[in-house]
Ligand binder design. Structure first.
Ligand code: FPP
Length: 234
């Protein structure tokens, strides 16, 4: 497909939901849903990049996901760690720059290490940005942004939206244009809440492991039809 940057959202975010239900429907353990979900993520990353998206943010593990059973948390951490270690070629072939949003300090050291390595290894790539949200919460990011502001000596008098925006995890990533949630739930679950202020929303009933390029095309087509007014009048 020929990318058309006028109508392709620059920043797309996906809440990849439905892995557990996908597995349950097949009588499989939840871990199989996450494994399949990772394959879907790679498929969608490749297609988003081919479609001309500049940045794709993927919600891989939230600050609330620690409440899950220990086995599931360990499985997800292992899956993410192995993926980051083994998939360098996948990112390199497509020139994808990987970055991380979230609180690194509370992640297992080995996961933290892989995140820092892949960020460093891909930092010069100029293709689509793949922003992985791991131990991420929107409120937590805002709190950490305020802390950064205060640590730099910011004063209450100068506090404004720009002071928060410029202290987020990645001030260079533009606001969210299109927010997609798969799996049938209609909520934001603390996903990029600052950046999503004017995002267009697309909800899909399809469980994440069943998502294909065709579903992303549908979401992008839907976006094209939206009239974005940012609070103004056309
Ligand atoms: C939500 O489905 C999914 C997650 C909490 C994990 C998502 C992680 C991956 C797809 C793998 C990691 C991806 C990358 C790119 C490193 P759920 O378990 O809440 O499903 P349910 O609502 O059906 O139970």
């Amino acid at each position: 497909m020929t990318p058309d940057n006028r109508i392709i959202p620059a920043h797309v975010g996906i809440i990849m939901d439905g892995n557990g239900r996908w597995a349950r429907k097949r009588g499989l353990p939840r871990s199989s849903g996450h494994k399949e979900g990772l394959e879907t993520a790679k498929r969608i990353v490749a297609h988003a990049s081919d479609s001309g998206v500049s940045c794709l943010s993927l919600y891989a593990f939230s600050t609330e996901n620690w409440r899950r059973a220990e086995d599931e948390v360990n499985f997800l951490m292992g899956l993410i760690k192995t993926h980051l270690r083994k998939q360098y070629d996948f990112y390199k072939e497509r020139g994808l720059r990987v970055s991380h949003s979230g609180d690194l300090t509370k992640l297992p050291p080995k996961v933290r290490e892989e995140i820092l390595l892949v960020e460093d290894d891909t930092k010069s790539f100029t293709g689509m940005r793949v922003n992985l949200l791991i131990n991420y919460g929107g409120r937590d990011e805002i709190v950490r942004a305020v802390k950064r502001y205060l640590v730099k000596g910011g004063s209450p008098d100068d506090m404004n939206e720009e002071a928060i925006s410029s202290n987020l995890d990645h001030p260079d990533i533009s606001e969210l244009d299109l927010l997609i949630r798969t799996g049938g739930e209609l909520r934001l679950s603390n996903f990029l809440i600052w950046q999503a202020a004017y995002a267009e929303l697309f909800f899909s009933d399809v469980f994440w492991p069943d998502w294909t390029s065709k579903h992303l095309d549908e979401a992008l087509a839907h976006y094209k039809k939206r009239q974005r007014r940012f609070g103004g009048v056309t």
